[in-house]
Design a protein around this ligand. Structure first.
Ligand SMILES: Cc1cc2nc3c(=O)[nH]c(=O)nc-3n(C[C@H](O)[C@H](O)[C@H](O)COP(=O)(O)OP(=O)(O)OC[C@H]3O[C@@H](n4cnc5c(N)ncnc54)[C@H](O)[C@@H]3O)c2cc1C
Length: 425
């Protein structure tokens, strides 16, 4: 019998464990993780944001509470906050165009060093008595008996913290259906990943991940540079069909530079009436993109996009189109055939604004990759401010919609731990 069983060793689960260990006597904690090592953003690129509201859904988080949690986690995560320089000129241009350039405190580890952080965090917990079961998948909860069932065993729990991340959307949905917890899913971010030479987006030399917020709910997100690569994430529909979303990451300074930068340009779509599922909408768009791209995401040079013609494999690399795509397995094509008009208009308008603020980013060689999809969670109806959904059961992190980033997921785990303490657990 464990005082607390945690599902998922991402920042949500780890944040809960560290906060629980602050209590005396230390509770007996078990963490169940289906991979060999924690997945998610700690492992991919690992940019950690220490500024509210980045990553914190504002309907669940106020500034004071987020900043309190950020201060507590800093000595554990030990971020090296990156300097920002020479931003006045960009900020002034942005302001004139009705665009916000957010000034964020951020640390960047890179994919390789992210893994080292995960090892340090998990061994720090093991040394303090926390048990881990890797390569074990949580399957269901028997709430009456307070038992978690996995693919290998059954674990009675005093309290349960479920933090399975974005990859655990389906698992969480099943749990909520089984437990009779209601939820809502009506938001999704859809957009493109932009890849260009750093020379055409030089702001990244002064500000690693510049966050621009444009009108029409469009924003830049997750900028990677110097040793930056676009990657594919695989998703599967309920019927077993596959589609890909693109994403981006970068390595630490130990790797050789490739001189490229990539970032997402995303538009948030929020359904109101009739209330559609954001995830279903994303699946539809993902499959449509696969149809156009022969089973792969589509890529198009800005030069072709501007002329209203598709990019083709044979002329994808020539003359002005002088850098090879870092995700060459995508299909050269025509994004405007696959993307809904309203989303495309919003993104293209924002790209033009961005090109006025940082001239050069719309160079003909710049590549647009589609689709980049950021799913939002099935947000449970929480019973209290600690993210409790049933007696003794807490749901936190990106999977439950309490966060959209590493630090906010960690803070969500802390809040669940505080709930467990308040509840006498
Ligand atoms: C490719 C990528 C790059 C990202 N880059 C960044 C970034 O640079 N900065 C940033 O702030 N955010 C980034 N994010 C977002 C960030 O990963 C999340 O906000 C954060 O990791 C959420 O934490 P979490 O604990 O909720 O979930 P996760 O970190 O996803 O962790 C959930 C864990 O639960 C495990 N799990 C799931 N289901 C089960 C189950 N049934 N049984 C057992 N274990 C299970 C998973 O294997 C996983 O390890 C990125 C996300 C991705 C996918």
């Amino acid at each position: 019998m464990h005082d607390c069983v945690i599902v998922g060793s991402g920042p949500g689960g780890l944040g809960a464990a560290y906060a629980l260990l602050d209590r005396k006597p230390s509770p007996k904690i078990l963490i169940i993780e289906k991979q060999t090592v924690s997945s998610g953003g700690l492992r991919n690129d690992c940019k950690m944001n220490f500024s509210y509201p980045i990553g914190f859904p504002q309907d669940l988080w106020g500034r004071a509470e987020a900043e309190r949690c950020l201060a507590v986690m800093q000595p554990i995560l030990k971020p090296e906050i990156m300097p920002k320089r020479n931003l006045a000129v960009y900020s002034e241009r942005a302001q004139r165009l009705g665009v916000d350039l957010l000034h964020i405190e951020q640390a960047h580890l890179g994919t390789d060093r992210g893994l080292e952080l995960i090892r340090r965090l998990t061994s720090g917990l093991s040394e303090r008595g926390v048990e881990f079961r890797f390569e074990e998948e949580a399957l269901e909860i028997d709430a009456e008996r307070a038992v978690l069932r996995t693919n290998r065993s059954e674990y009675p729990y005093g309290r349960l913290v479920v933090a399975p991340g974005r990859g655990g959307f389906g698992f969480l949905k099943k749990l909520m259906d089984d437990l009779g917890v209601s939820y809502i899913d009506h938001i999704v971010d859809i957009g493109v990943r932009v890849e260009t030479r750093m020379d055409y987006y030089p702001i990244v030399r002064d500000y690693y991940d510049p966050k621009f917020h444009f009108p029409d709910k469009v924003r830049t997100f997750c900028t990677n540079s110097r040793r930056a690569y676009v990657v594919k994430e695989k998703y599967q529909t309920r019927e077993g069909r596959t589609y890909f979303s693109v994403n981006g990451h970068a390595f630490s300074e130990r790797r050789r530079e490739n001189g490229l930068v990539n970032f997402a340009m995303l538009k948030t779509v929020r359904f109101t009436e009739p209330l559609a599922s954001g995830q279903d909408f994303a699946v539809m768009l993902g499959l449509q993109a696969m149809l156009m791209g022969g089973g792969q995401p589509i890529m198009q040079r800005v030069g072709d996009f501007r002329l209203g013609r598709r990019s083709k494999r044979e002329d994808f690399n020539h003359d002005l189109y002088d850098f090879p795509p870092s995700l060459a397995s995508c299909t050269p094509g025509d994004i405007s055939l696959a993307m809904p008009a309203k989303i495309l208009r919003g993104i293209w308008k924002s790209m033009k604004l961005l090109d006025t603020i940082v001239p050069g980013v719309l160079h003909p060689s710049t590549i647009l990759y589609y689709p980049e999809i950021k799913l939002y969670a099935n947000k449970p109806a929480f019973l209290d401010r600690y993210f409790r959904v049933k007696d003794g059961i807490y749901m936190v992190g990106d999977g439950a919609g309490t966060s959209r980033g590493i630090t906010a997921a960690w803070a969500s785990g802390m809040r669940a731990a505080e709930g467990i303490a308040a509840d006498g657990g």
